[in-house]
Design a protein around this ligand. Structure first.
Ligand code: IVH
Length: 716
């Protein structure tokens, strides 16, 4: 019997892997014919059975699910099929809150940031959070010129031709609209339209899991005529770049969008108190089933735009808005197995393998188990969770899925526990390299100590090293990294980052030629070398991020780079830093210097210092720095800001803003905010009650101004 005809239950692991490879290729080829060429060559029933077989094998062998699995795609064109658009203003996401209590905290944090007392009124808007995909529509001279998806927030995909087919989106704006305006909102599909489309498409074998995927898939068609045939809709609720202010409140601007012809949500309301907001939330929640489209929560926004501006943004989301999500959906299933994954930083994470079950329209096969305490029934604070019930293989579990969050196991059903089940024993060795896995005091996570020798970490480290927001080496994707890592030939092997840069010279002296190997042609090898060469000089923050230091992601790398300017400077300070050992001890001056970087706290500082203290790391770094030169950061003065590049100290009581706001404002304008006065201080902003810092500043001849003068100076 040929492999493709063998029943799924009889497949061995090797056969299953082979079948998944074949199916991925075959389904992709048919998708391409269907979507791009619009000319399917197999019957819909045959196509369906390919997908079904793929899904059945994946359900039986979840470990084998491929990164290019057809089940992870929804028949959409591959990414890269559209041009890219750099957003004039980033498209951010929203913070989430889940309980009434969290909403109160959000209100308090807004007030605190604005230094407003609880009797001063702050009006919020409250509106449904549409479960679709966000879109930025750019109008120049009142004509629609570009429509872009959110993408990674900074760059999206150009889907203008497809957006033009949506009747609800105006192609032109009336005369009172500014010359430049980016109207932002959500493209979505109504549930009834989605079901009708499902029926229509079922005959052709193409289906989507839910209205959101359906909207996304419909928008990502190469042929706009296909998009035109799909019932897409739009709500306007936000904006990006504008050549002039659109109004003074969130509510009024959205009403204006309505006047310009955009659909706006009729459930948006202005609320004056928390009670009003919560009442509106619970009303929408109650009406959820009657609302014609999927929503997953309610979004609250500070109404006054001047306050929005003062509140500003965190790295990924505005401080002036939050999404109050509806409670997650739940389902029961059986826990088949617990696997341990080793992360890039060596953390051992237990993953539950489940009997596949549908939750909220999505098939769930894996769920996170967080850490070993969680399995034992102990929460992060050391207190019992689930009344202390542990989780065992064979248990019937209750799982929950909320939005895009990884599904979680909430509890078990004690009555259904098999009699012979035993408590799960968490491994104390790394499943990838066999090194000891230790759990530091006060930590919930157990980590592999194998560092650079651990293959799980090494591949992950390499992958991270070359990834988009790190060294960004094109042509070194996941597959290639795996290949080079597993290659035994010394002329091909890449085990750690410096090896990437010696690949070419090793190749020149070798008989095993890369271009002869399956998957690498002459052209692609040439491109790969060029991409590597290009990165011999690299921005400081990218290199720092690429090192994979704990807690040092893109944002913190940029903060450190901006502050230290050169990699060597950061390294030398980090290597001489001594962290405080006991209470009252402040650490040495190098330690304080790292700590003084805006946004860098003790935990991050410790991770940086620990990294440079580790001899293995220093060795690899030295080898790497023979190949790669990190470029000094050119301080980017915020255009014409009078405080750009200056070091500022705020002291005494501030009356017009909170400390946090003052700091955020100064940083936004390109200044560095320090906690203490030194020779390096350029400016001291002193409020009433300023004491020793003010004295020091006067002693050192540093300029001192008060809060009013500060506002005078920074106003545009
Ligand atoms: S406001 C600066 N309002 O939710 C943030 N977003 O989780 C502007 N979304 O990417 C977003 N309904 O795609 C806003 N009424 C609404 C929304 C909404 C859905 C989406 C949007 C955003 C995501 C964030």
């Amino acid at each position: 019997m040929s492999l493709s005809a063998k029943p799924v239950e009889d497949l061995t692991v090797e056969e299953a892997a082979e079948e998944l490879t074949r199916l991925a290729a075959e389904i992709a080829a048919n998708d391409e014919r269907y979507h791009v060429a619009d000319a399917p060559v197999i019957s819909d029933a045959d196509y369906d059975s390919l997908r079904l077989r793929n899904a059945a094998i994946e359900a039986r062998f979840p470990d084998l699910i491929r990164s290019d699995s057809p089940s992870l795609r929804v028949g959409a064109a591959p990414s890269g099929a559209f041009g890219q658009v750099v957003h004039a203003k980033p498209m951010l996401s929203l913070d989430n809150v889940f309980s009434d209590e969290d909403v109160r905290d959000f209100f308090t944090s807004v007030r605190r940031f604005l230094s407003m007392s609880s009797d001063e009124e702050i009006v919020f808007t409250a509106e449904p959070k549409i479960d679709g995909l966000s879109m930025s529509l750019r109008y120049e001279d009142r004509r629609l010129v570009t429509a872009a998806t959110r993408g990674d927030g900074a760059t999206g995909e150009n889907v203008t031709a497809n957006i033009r087919t949506i009747a609800e989106i105006p192609d032109r704006l009336p005369a009172d609209a500014p010359d430049i305006v980016e109207v932002r909102g959500e493209v979505y599909m109504r549930r009834d339209d989605f079901f009708a489309l499902q029926q229509r498409m079922a005959e052709s074998g193409q289906t989507f899991a839910n209205p959101r995927n359906s909207a996304a898939g419909s928008l990502r068609q190469k042929n706009p005529e296909i998009t035109r045939s799909r019932p897409l809709k739009f709500f306007a609720y936000a904006w990006g770049e504008t050549s002039e202010p659109l109004g003074t409140t969130q509510y009024d601007v959205v009403q204006r969008f309505g006047e310009w012809g955009f659909p706006i949500n009729d459930r948006m309301e202005r609320c004056r108190t928390i009670d009003e907001i919560l009442a509106h939330y619970h009303q929408i929640e109650e009406d959820r089933a009657e609302i014609a489209y999927d929503i997953d929560g309610v979004v609250y926004k500070v109404d006054r735009l001047d306050l929005q501006e003062r509140l500003g943004f965190r790295s990924r989301s505005p401080r002036w808005a939050t999404a109050h999500k509806f409670p997650a959906e739940k389902a029961f299933t059986e826990l088949k197995e617990i696997d341990i994954q080793v992360g890039r930083t060596g953390a051992l994470t237990p993953v539950a393998r489940l009997e596949p079950v549908t939750v909220g329209g999505v098939v769930v096969v894996n769920a996170t188990l967080h850490n070993e305490d969680y399995i034992k029934g102990i929460g992060n604070n050391g207190q019992p969770i689930r009344d202390g019930r542990d989780i065992r293989i064979g248990d019937t579990v209750i799982i929950q899925r909320a939005g895009d969050v990884i599904p979680q196991i909430l509890d078990i059903v004690p009555e259904k526990r098999p009699r012979d089940s035993v408590p799960y024993e968490f491994p104390n060795r790394c499943p990838a390299c066999g090194s000891h896995a230790v759990r530091e005091e006060g930590e919930v996570v157990r980590r592999c100590t194998g560092g650079l020798i651990c293959p799980a970490q090494a591949v992950e480290r390499l992958r991270h090293f070359v990834s988009r927001n790190a060294l960004d080496i094109e042509g070194l994707g996941e597959k290639q990294i795996e290949f080079f890592f597993n290659a035994d030939d010394p002329a091909l092997s890449i085990k750690s980052p410096p090896d990437i840069f010696t690949l070419r010279s090793r190749q020149e002296n070798s008989l095993t030629k890369l271009e002869k190997i399956d998957g690498f042609g002459k052209v692609s090898v040439g491109k790969l070398y060029a991409a590597i060469e290009e990165r011999r000089q690299v921005e400081f923050w990218r290199l720092l991020h690429a090192l994979g230091i704990r807690h040092v992601g893109e944002t913190n790398s940029k903060r450190l780079a901006r502050s230290f300017v050169s990699f060597a400077a950061l390294r030398s300070v980090a290597e001489s830093a001594v962290a405080p050992v006991e209470k009252g001890d402040d650490g040495n001056s190098s330690w304080q210097e790292i700590n003084a970087v805006g946004g860098i706290g003790r935990v991050v500082a410790e991770a940086v210092v620990d990294f440079f203290a580790e001899e293995h790391n220093r060795e690899v770094l030295d080898t790497l720095l023979r190949e790669v030169t990190p470029l000094d950061e050119t301080p980017v003065p915020v255009s014409s800001s009078p405080v750009a590049g200056k070091t500022i100290v705020f002291t005494g009581a501030l009356e017009r803003m909170s400390r946090d706001e003052a700091k955020a404002m100064a940083e936004r304008l390109g200044a560095k905010v320090a906690g203490s006065v030194s020779k390096k201080t350029d400016l001291v902003v002193a409020g009433p009650g300023a004491g020793s810092k003010l004295k020091q500043a006067t002693g050192l001849g540093i300029e001192v101004i008060d809060e009013d003068q500060w506002f005078e100076r920074v106003k545009d």
